[in-house]
Ligand binder design. Structure first.
Ligand SMILES: [Zn+2]
Length: 109
C-alpha cells in the first residue's frame, strides 16, 4: 500500500509524545546541596558541576558539555552554589564590559 501523506493524520501522531517540562524541584532544607547547575555558556541545564577542594581552599565549577570552567578561592563556609554564582557574576561582568581592544573574530570560513 502506498499511502498518500495526510497532514491531518500526521498531527494526530504526535499525541502522547509531548515532553513533560522539567519543573525545578523544591529545595529541601538540609538535604543534599545542589552541586549541579546550568551552564552560562552552552545553556545546558545540568552540565555544570561544582567541586570544593578544602585542602587547597579552591572551588571549581566546570561544564562537562562545553568544558568551560571557573575556579575561585573558597572558605570553609563556601557552598557549591556560591562558586556557581560567582561564576555567573564573572560572566556578567565580562558581558557588560565593552570589549576594549579585543578584536571580534569573524567566523567566516
Ligand atoms: Zn557548558
Amino acid at each position: 500500500m502506498i499511502g498518500v501523506l495526510d497532514p491531518s493524520r500526521e498531527a494526530t501522531c504526535t499525541m502522547g509524545k509531548r515532553k513533560s517540562r522539567a519543573k525545578p524541584a523544591p529545595r529541601k532544607r538540609m538535604d543534599k546541596l545542589d552541586t549541579v547547575f546550568s551552564c552560562p555558556f552552552c545553556n545546558h541545564g545540568t552540565s555544570v558541576e561544582c567541586r570544593i577542594d578544602m585542602k587547597n581552599l579552591i572551588g571549581e565549577a566546570s561544564c562537562r558539555i562545553c568544558q568551560e570552567n571557573f575556579s575561585t578561592t573558597v572558605t570553609a563556609l563556601t557552598e557549591p552554589i556560591d562558586i556557581y554564582s560567582e561564576w555567573i557574576d564573572e560572566c556578567e561582568r565580562v558581558n557588560t564590559v565593552d570589549e576594549d581592544g579585543v578584536p571580534v573574530e569573524d567566523d567566516e570560513a
